[in-house]
Design a protein around this ligand. Structure first.
Ligand code: C2E
Ligand code: MG
Ligand code: MG
Ligand code: MG
Length: 296
């Protein structure tokens, strides 16, 4: 049986790996062209204040559709990171996001939150890339939030990165001097150490979707409550991710979670579509206001 399984594995997996390798090469070549041609689009997903329904921020989410077929970010971003292409792509996203949010900031006080990969953060000159995106929009630093995943923050404070703690802390501090806020993306996934929260100037926790309560089970709610309470007691303004139903929104309100985003409030939208939504709703999403309906 083992031999048969081994044979199978050869027959089944080897060609698949070859296809994957080929696909990988194809995507990286297409990405290189896309950078040159600026083939990307940024969509924006509202983040709402759970108490009022007001849009506090929008998350910039990169979209790429070579020849009209969308490729999911989770497929092309890791490849862009591997080839260093995320550096020019990320700089482009920052500039575009700062420009797009400018009028929403002026009209509704909305900030923009931009995902930054570890590769970008470690690139010398990252702070000047951010500052020039702000200057050219123009947008005040207080209207920009940078999302950095927990794993990047943890690895940069680890002993393995040599002088890591001070490097990243210094970098984040100089951004903060410009008013820029830092959010920990995918908070709660994979790390038991919270030490980095004490050492790094962090402003916001983006609570990973794994902790958005699905049902009303006590254990599940206990995790969500613990994370929300951690954020509240550290005076970090938590944002719950991937809220898809009114029940989930209501439970998060009961737990005193200040902010949320997810399909329940709005999908990520192209800038012009979001502009229409914000204009017609005056910056307060109707479906995001608390209801008086009790949740069982
Ligand atoms: P993320 O930063 O955690 O972004 C949230 C993801 O959740 C987005 O996926 C968003 O479309 C999705 N989402 C929002 N609401 C819901 C919901 O209610 N239910 C579900 N199931 N999903 C929801 P998206 O746009 O596919 O992006 C995936 C990841 O790609 C992002 O995760 C982020 O890590 C990365 N990414 C996207 N844009 C950029 C970028 O400009 N730069 C970098 N470095 N990474 C990016
Ligand atoms: Mg994010
Ligand atoms: Mg996230
Ligand atoms: Mg994520």
């Amino acid at each position: 049986a083992a031999k048969a399984a081994g044979k199978n594995r050869l027959a089944v997996y080897e060609p698949r790996l070859a296809v994957e390798r080929h696909e990988h090469m194809r995507i990286s070549a297409a990405l290189r062209r896309a950078v040159a041609e600026e083939e990307f689009v940024v969509n924006y997903q509202p983040v709402v204040d759970l108490a009022t329904g007001r849009v506090t921020a929008v998350e910039a989410l990169l979209r790429w559709s070579p020849e009209g077929t969308p490729v999911p970010p989770l497929e092309f971003i890791p490849i862009a990171e591997q080839y260093g292409l995320i550096v020019p792509i990320g700089a482009w996203v920052l500039r575009q996001a700062c420009r797009d949010v400018r009028s929403w900031h002026e009209r509704f006080g909305i900030s923009v939150t931009v995902n930054v990969s570890g590769r970008q953060l470690r690139e010398p000159g990252f702070v000047s890339v951010v500052l020039s995106a702000l200057r050219d929009a123009p947008l005040p630093g207080s209207a920009l939030i940078l999302e950095i995943t927990e794993s990047v923050l943890v690895s940069s404070t680890g002993a393995s990165s040599g002088g890591g703690v001070s490097d990243v802390a210094e970098l984040l501090s100089s951004l903060r001097e410009a008013g820029v806020r830092i959010a920990v993306d995918d908070f709660g996934t994979g790390y038991s150490s919270l030490a980095y929260l004490r050492h790094l100037p962090v402003d916001i926790l983006k609570i990973d979707r794994a902790f958005t309560p699905d049902g009303a089970q006590a254990e599940e709610m206990a995790f969500t409550r613990a994370i929300v309470e951690l954020g509240n007691s550290l005076r970090l303004s938590s944002i719950a991710e991937a809220v898809e139903t009114p029940e989930q929104a209501e439970r998060l309100r009961q737990l005193d979670c200040p902010q949320a985003q997810g399909y329940h409030f709005s999908r990520p939208l192209p800038a012009d579509a979001l502009d229409e939504v914000l204009t017609s709703s005056n910056g307060v999403l109707p479906g995001a206001r608390p209801t008086s309906r009790p949740v069982s």
